[in-house]
Ligand binder design. Sequence first.
Ligand SMILES: NC(=O)c1ccc[n+]([C@@H]2O[C@H](COP(=O)([O-])OP(=O)(O)OC[C@H]3O[C@@H](n4cnc5c(N)ncnc54)[C@H](O)[C@@H]3O)[C@@H](O)[C@H]2O)c1
Length: 325
Amino acid sequence: MRRIRVGFIGAGGIAGLHASKLSTIPEVEVVSVADVVYDKARSFSEKYGGKPYNDWREMYKSEKLDAVWICIPPYAHTDEVEEAAERGIHVFIEKPIALTLEKAEDMRRAVEESGVISWVGYHFRQAYSIRRCKSILSESGPVGVVLGRWWGGIVGDPKHWWWRRELSGGQIVEQATHIFDLARFLVGDVSRVYTELTKSMLTDIPDLTIEDAAATVLRFKNGAIGVITNTCGANPQAHKVEMDIVARRAHIEIRGTKKATIYRIDGVEDITSLNDPYLDEDLKFIKAIKGEGESEVPISEGVKTLKLTLAALEAYEKTLPIKID
Ligand SMILES: NC(=O)c1ccc[n+]([C@@H]2O[C@H](COP(=O)([O-])OP(=O)(O)OC[C@H]3O[C@@H](n4cnc5c(N)ncnc54)[C@H](O)[C@@H]3O)[C@@H](O)[C@H]2O)c1
């Protein structure tokens, strides 16, 4: 059996997580890793194998890769997707795929024109509990209202890219994007959005230049309405990543990627996910490369969710609802 030759761009937190999942898949060989901090590439390679580089262009030139896992911060995307596509390298890319719609569209075009397979790391879509909710929603009639929230804490220390809007895009674009994507996945595309952002709570942390709270009102194309709130100022004992959806014949409560409850007129169903969504997205992407399935989250989905979160920011800046085509 010829193994799928994988390279990594970025050797940080999420790269390590994917590498640990890939190490359990026999058809995969991690052959290289590139990080601008060479020591990070080296320690990653000591742990998961592969040759370390500090420049992904060198890695592309020197290695014959079948697939690349792109795990770099939002600000760091340049043309690593376009070059991979040109070389016929399949692309797994972490969310958010870029900080601007122009960049994201360039990536999508390159992938679609080349025919390489792409997958965006919206792992919530793989949780068994969430997949069961999607299937129930498909037979529960129209949706009325959606309530989503990402109430968490600040990522990293004051030097971390997450703290700065120009590097991370802020909590909506970088993190609550999972909830916006989940809303699209379960309810459908959004036609109009309005957002209020604030930094009214963490006033004692001046280096944090992103919002500490936000509330977004969404109108879906199918007529449903929703509200998504996010904060990075929640008490650590009360972090919440959740979504409630009221449909004609079912009320759904999603609690993270592990639990969901469905209320129907004839009873209540509790669902617990036993699967590992990160492993499943990696496995399915490998299967798609082998021609044994299709990408469930192609790069066009990454573009659409980015468009929605950027529209939310634009709405705040203009204090106007923003229409989305
Ligand atoms: N799906 C998820 O649940 C999930 C979880 C965490 C992070 N993420 C996403 O993954 C991405 C990376 O996040 P992270 O937490 O791993 O960040 P991190 O800061 O831990 O790691 C990023 C790594 O990329 C390296 N890097 C920066 N620019 C580079 C470049 N041009 N070429 C090569 N390497 C470069 C950095 O040196 C660092 O080692 C972000 O977009 C984040 O939103 C997704």
